[in-house]
Design a protein around this ligand. Structure first.
Ligand code: F6R
Ligand code: MG
Ligand code: MG
Length: 367
């Protein structure tokens, strides 16, 4: 029996350089200082502070399980310290994701995004952490479905006896605050009927059917719902375990070779292609985008984070990036028209109510 360890990723946008472009190194340093102290005290086994675009990502291992107040409190403190620096430097939108002044044991609902899993470490434990900017948690629906349920993506579903039984998808309805577990391949069409609406139905976890092994988890916080108004993107993270009876690292990455359309570009109100990039390109420029995703590859050993490998830093993804550029150009030419712009109920910025109000008296009944 291997050791039970917890891998926690907690992320937040606490302010950035040149608008919503990129984190400032001094904010990363401030967060690192807090986590280093926690590691010295034995609260954390290991940690790695990184970023994608304007979001700080705290990757932590420990033995306290998920949703632990010590770990969430630590992340909160790290973000507070980083936000102080952001305010001092006058960074843009300093403190934006720290929605509440008071921390009460758990960061859920306070702004930061969280993906955590507790698992028994396998003798060799390959894990991929995904970090996206300018999009929402539902952006993982399509690739996770392909990784764990599509035999045209994942050869192992067909030819690895340990995966052949399939996987269980735990899907959240973020509007109703409910969840449902569905089996693949048997209930594939039901799964797709839900997750094809990624703004509402979000894959939260994936389990291997034969032994309930937890294979993947996604952050599902939706800032706009939490705050009841627009306060920033959800910019999601995900953890996916790989190999040895789970999809191979290459099968996991394969799902990102198609730059699918996701919501969250410019002002959280536009669709654009999700572009897999090396970390050095994880910064949003054109029209505040297009949406980016990085993949960090790890081996976890006794809770130590060995790595990362910058997995999309590969010529094999150049064509995907090129395709993403073409799609970006194509969809951009729609300007303010749907389907580039999101539907009215999904937009995070809108003037529609004001425009309708202004024109109230000028609307005439159509005969
Ligand atoms: C924020 C983002 C940006 C902003 C845009 C307008 O994460 O993606 O596209 O929505 O830059 O920002 P404000 O309203 O702060 O000027
Ligand atoms: Mg920002
Ligand atoms: Mg962001």
């Amino acid at each position: 029996m291997g050791e039970l360890i917890t891998l926690s990723i907690i992320k937040a946008d606490i302010g950035s350089l040149a608008g919503h472009h990129i984190v400032h190194p001094d904010t990363l340093a401030a967060a690192t200082k807090v986590l280093a102290e926690a590691k010295r005290k034995g609260v954390l086994i290991d940690f790695y502070v990184t970023y994608v675009g304007d979001d700080i990502q705290l990757i932590m291992t420990h033995k306290k399980g998920v949703d632990h107040p010590d770990i969430h409190g630590l992340a909160w403190e790290a973000f507070k310290e980083a936000a102080k620096v952001a305010k001092d430097l006058g960074l843009y939108a300093a403190g934006q994701d720290l929605l509440s002044e008071a921390f009460s044991g758990n960061v859920r609902g306070l702004g930061p995004g969280v993906a955590e899993m507790e698992f028994e470490e396998r003798p060799s434990e390959p894990v991929i952490t995904f970090h996206a900017d300018k999009t929402e948690p539902g952006a993982f629906n399509l690739p996770l479905f392909r990784i764990f349920a599509d035999p045209f993506n994942t050869a192992g579903l067909v030819i690895d006896p340990r995966m052949h039984e399939g996987f269980i998808f735990e899907v959240y309805d973020v509007f109703e605050g409910k969840s449902v577990k569905l089996n693949a391949p048997e209930e594939m069409y039901d799964i797709l009927a839900l997750i094809g609406t990624p703004s509402r139905f979000i894959i939260k976890r994936v389990y291997r059917k034969t032994d309930n092994l937890l294979a993947a988890v996604v952050s599902t916080e939706r800032l706009n719902l939490i705050a009841g108004k627009y306060v920033g993107k959800d910019d999601p993270v995900a953890i996916v375990r790989a190999q040895h009876g789970l999809p191979a690292v290459g099968e996991v990455l394969e799902a990102f070779a198609f730059p699918h359309m996701v919501a969250g570009w410019m002002r959280g109100s536009h669709f654009g292609p999700l572009m897999p990039v090396p970390q050095r390109h994880a910064k949003c420029t054109r029209f505040d985008g297009p949406p980016r995703i990085i993949a960090l590859g790890w081996q976890i050993k006794n809770g130590r984070l060995i790595g990362p490998a910058d997995l999309f830093d590969d010529a094999a993804f150049e064509y995907t990036r090129f395709m993403a550029q073409l799609i970006a150009d194509y969809i951009r030419r729609h300007g303010p028209f749907m389907p580039h712009r999101l539907g009215p109920e999904e937009m995070e910025y809108t003037t529609l109510p004001q425009v309708i109000k202004k024109l109230e008296g000028r609307f005439e009944k159509v005969q």
